[in-house]
Design a binder for this molecule. Structure first.
Ligand code: FES
Length: 330
């Protein structure tokens, strides 16, 4: 940098002062973090769908209760969940939201999860496979066999979703926790392999409480289950509750909604599965992830019909909702 264009000490001090004011203006709410941690680190979370990691070495990163995790597919096809924190000095390892470890990176070997700080390497099960200067640096005091990424309880279920629980000893296993609520629709969800055809994220300017209240109002109209879940089912316009064992056809008009505590909705209304996952960001901001899923490998006409329905009803613009609002205003 040219000496004339370099900021003066006063300017630098002002800049740092400005930054610290900004940080101080939004202090972390310790009660919020404690509550978020208590709830989300003890619940099963559907972090992603298995079709989002179709090939060995594919991965996605996520955060649960302020802990960073990696979901990755091992060479044998198994999906694993690992803490995205290096056991060496606690650094965040993978910063990309998704990708593949198959090809080498600037700071990492192919087929390895590599920490960019001191190049420790891990396989897709989290085993440590390389420690730089292991013998020269540590002699006999340490071996890579004693290190490894922390593995997290993980299960693929209910239409191929990847469920993770940060608690090693959860209050209940996934089947006991969500099974009764999914009872009506489990066969439907598992009848055909599904894939994600739409994903978007939105930030809504209200807290988690508002989302929770939506849950409570849903519970008034449906069956309530243990752990705070509820399910609403109406097979067609007649309100019949007989749900087919097959995934809805492209012209389906049935409705099945499963609301799971603390903030997930599995909605099989019409011909698509729409899944909403809520993550509180701060007391006044909530992130909602939306995924649209349809059967794999169907013909283009059916696929287009389902996608059109999804975009109209659940896409970022929700055109059908806009039309009904305009209609009611006129
Ligand atoms: S912090 Fe990861 S290798 Fe050192």
């Amino acid at each position: 940098m040219d000496i004339e264009t370099r900021p003066s000490a006063t300017e630098t001090a002002q800049c740092i002062a400005g930054m610290s004011e900004k940080v101080a203006a939004n202090p972390l709410d310790s009660d919020f973090i404690a509550e978020q941690t208590r709830i989300f680190r003890n619940a099963w979370v559907p972090v992603c769908h298995e079709s989002e990691l179709p090939a060995p070495y594919d991965f996605r990163t996520a955060s649960i209760g302020n802990e960073n995790i990696i979901i990755c597919r091992a060479p044998d096809g198994k999906v694993n969940a690992l803490l995205n924190v290096c056991p060496h000095r606690g650094m965040l390892i993978e910063r990309r939201p998704q990708g593949s470890f198959l090809e080498g990176q600037a700071s990492g070997n192919p087929k390895r999860i590599t920490c960019m700080f001191h190049a420790w390497q891990f396989d897709m099960r989290g085993n440590c496979v390389y420690v730089a200067r292991e013998k020269e640096g540590y002699q006999e005091r340490f071996s890579k066999d004693d290190a490894g990424l922390r593995r997290i309880r993980c299960s693929v279920k209910y239409g191929g979703f990847v469920w993770v629980n940060m608690n090693d000893q959860p209050v209940s296993m996934l089947e006991e926790w969500a099974g009764p609520a999914f009872g009506h629709v489990e066969q439907q969800l598992n009848s055909v392999p599904l894939e994600v055809v739409h994903y978007h994220k939105e930030y809504v300017e209200h807290g988690y409480m508002t989302e929770a209240l939506e849950f409570l109002s849903a519970a008034k109209h449906g069956s309530v289950f243990d752990f705070g879940h509820c399910a609403i089912t109406a097979n067609d316009d007649t309100g019949s509750q007989n749900v087919s064992d097959e995934f809805p056809k492209p012209n389906s008009g049935g409705t099945s909604k499963i609301h799971l505590f603390p903030g997930y909705v599995f909605d099989i209304t019409g011909p698509v599965l729409h899944v909403k996952v809520v993550t509180p960001v701060d007391p006044n901001l909530t992130m909602i992830e939306h995924r649209g899923l349809v059967p794999q490998g169907e013909n283009k006409t059916d696929r287009d019909t389902r996608i059109k329905y999804y975009n109209l009803n659940h896409g970022p613009f929700r055109i059908s909702a806009m039309n009904s609002t305009e209609g009611s205003q006129s």
